[in-house]
Design a protein around this ligand. Structure first.
Ligand SMILES: Nc1nc2c(ncn2[C@@H]2O[C@H](COP(=O)(O)OP(=O)(O)OP(=O)(O)O)[C@@H](O)[C@H]2O)c(=O)[nH]1
Ligand SMILES: [Mg+2]
Length: 429
């Protein structure tokens, strides 16, 4: 679906933004529009010390936008800012086409990318909760229910019926979500009965989390140049160099100014982050605004109360850097033996070429404290086939000696596995 859209940006002071310069911010918003299937017809910027409470931008600007929208035959005016219900109502009345704000645009993209039933329920709920106080009476916003960014909805006389219908749907969605969550909770409890630590990939949208997830697990999760390609959590087992097993989880990307309502509605993904023992913060080392992106991600991690967890920075996309930038980054990542930030290591890598992935896995091994790796001397009768197979499969055998019908092994492996082999342990001394 292609909607010709017009983007206008209003900037109010006093918002707690991590300030990107306007060009970067505009570029990011443009990508969001394209990710939603829109084509940009024109761009307008307004700077003002304070947002206009009635229309966000000033009245002169509203007229200008109306003129440009009409002359370019735009279907949609998008604001890179959130609009209050009043602002949305007034702008819709003053402009010749539909109006969407930043949150609605992101919700629209989320709606396209939700794959699981839970993801779809969450997106629909977030859309309706956002929409309800913003029903305009002109009926234009109702088209949101279709999920498209260019369609029109029922007329004004429908307003009250619509409100009641939406409220009923919201109640139903909440009940459905509750039951989906109960099921998921049972699945998690079953998983926790066999404790395998979870490591979660987190990071800004488009940083390369899914590409890295695929590279590490050999899975085929959709990775895409469009933003928010991953909405539903993906989980897959992985073996570390120490031979300990972990579950790696791919998660939804963060973005600056992601509305808090959205963060909470994506509990499914974020629960994986909260359950994780170690976080891998995937960063696009080649991004123009890498520092701002990092600040945004850490802000969301703070809101999730997970900043105390061990965290590894995966400085991704080094294949895009020139020799000099690359050397600087690699030196920073490996100074030490490895640069330790407050909570963990930094590793330079490319999910695309595979360079540096080994270093990342070693860093995960170092950061993982549950089920520590221990060394042991074992003496196992050769007829204990199952035990020998388990050791071969789950630990690193450093030396092997045959003593009659016994095998003497020097091994290093997860404490959980070697604990089960306690009866074969050779007493020290
Ligand atoms: N050159 C280069 N491109 C990469 C690398 N890793 C990922 N990409 C590209 O970056 C884009 C985004 O990758 P994804 O893996 O979908 O990013 P993501 O973090 O999962 O994004 P969301 O799921 O939208 O949050 C894709 O076009 C990838 O091909 C890398 O190491 N080098
Ligand atoms: Mg992804």
């Amino acid at each position: 679906m292609h909607a010709k859209s017009l983007r206008a940006r209003g900037r109010g002071a006093g918002r707690n933004l991590v300030d990107l310069n306007s060009e970067q911010s505009l570029a990011e918003f443009r990508e969001l529009v394209v990710s939603a299937g829109g084509a940009v017809a024109a761009e307008l910027i307004q700077r003002r010390p304070r947002a206009d409470p009635a229309t966000l931008v000033g009245s002169g600007k509203v007229e200008e936008i109306a003129g440009v929208a009409a002359s370019r035959d735009a279907d949609l005016v998008l604001f890179d800012h959130d609009l209050s219900p009043t602002q949305l109502r007034n702008l819709e009345a003053a402009l010749p086409c539909r109006v969407l704000d930043r949150t609605q645009l992101i919700l629209d993209i989320f709606a396209r990318h939700a794959r699981t039933r839970e993801g779809q329920l969450q997106v629909e709920l977030a859309q309706l909760e956002y929409l309800l106080p913003r029903l305009t009476g002109r009926g234009k916003s109702m088209s949101q229910l279709g999920g498209g960014i260019g369609t029109r909805g029922p007329g004004e006389t429908q307003l009250e019926t619509d409100r009641r219908r939406i409220q009923r749907r919201i109640d139903q969605l909440k009940r459905d979500l509750e039951s989906v969550r109960r099921t998921r909770k049972q699945q998690r409890q079953r998983r926790e009965a066999v404790p395998v630590p979870t490591v979660a990939l987190v990071g800004y949208t488009n940083a390369g989390k899914s590409t890295l997830f695929n590279a590490l697990t050999g899975a085929q999760v959709l990775s895409s140049a469009r933003m928010f390609a991953t909405l539903d959590p993906k989980l897959r087992a992985l073996e570390l160099p120490s031979r300990r097993k972990i579950l790696l989880s791919d998660t939804v990307g963060f973005i600056r100014n992601l509305p808090h309502t959205l963060v909470t509605s994506f509990r499914a993904t974020l629960e994986e982050v909260q359950q994780a023992e170690v976080l891998i913060h995937v960063r696009d080392a080649a991004a123009a605004c890498a520092t701002e992106q990092k600040a945004q991600v850490e802000k969301v991690l703070g809101e999730l109360e997970v900043l105390a967890k061990p965290r590894i920075e995966a400085l991704n996309k080094i294949d895009l850097l020139d020799e000099e930038e690359r050397a600087a980054l690699v030196a920073r990542a490996h100074s030490g033996p490895r640069e330790k930030s407050a909570h963990g290591a930094a590793v330079a890598l490319s999910a695309l070429t595979g360079e540096g992935l080994d270093n990342l896995l070693h860093a995960v091994d170092e950061a993982l404290h549950s089920d520590p790796v221990i060394d042991a001397e074992l003496r196992v009768p050769q007829q204990e086939g199952a035990a020998l197979a388990a050791i071969e499969a789950g630990a690193i055998v450093r030396a092997r000696q045959y003593e009659g019908n016994l095998v003497r092994l020097s091994v290093s492996g997860p404490a959980s596995l070697l604990g089960r082999m306690r009866r074969f342990r050779v007493r020290a001394g």
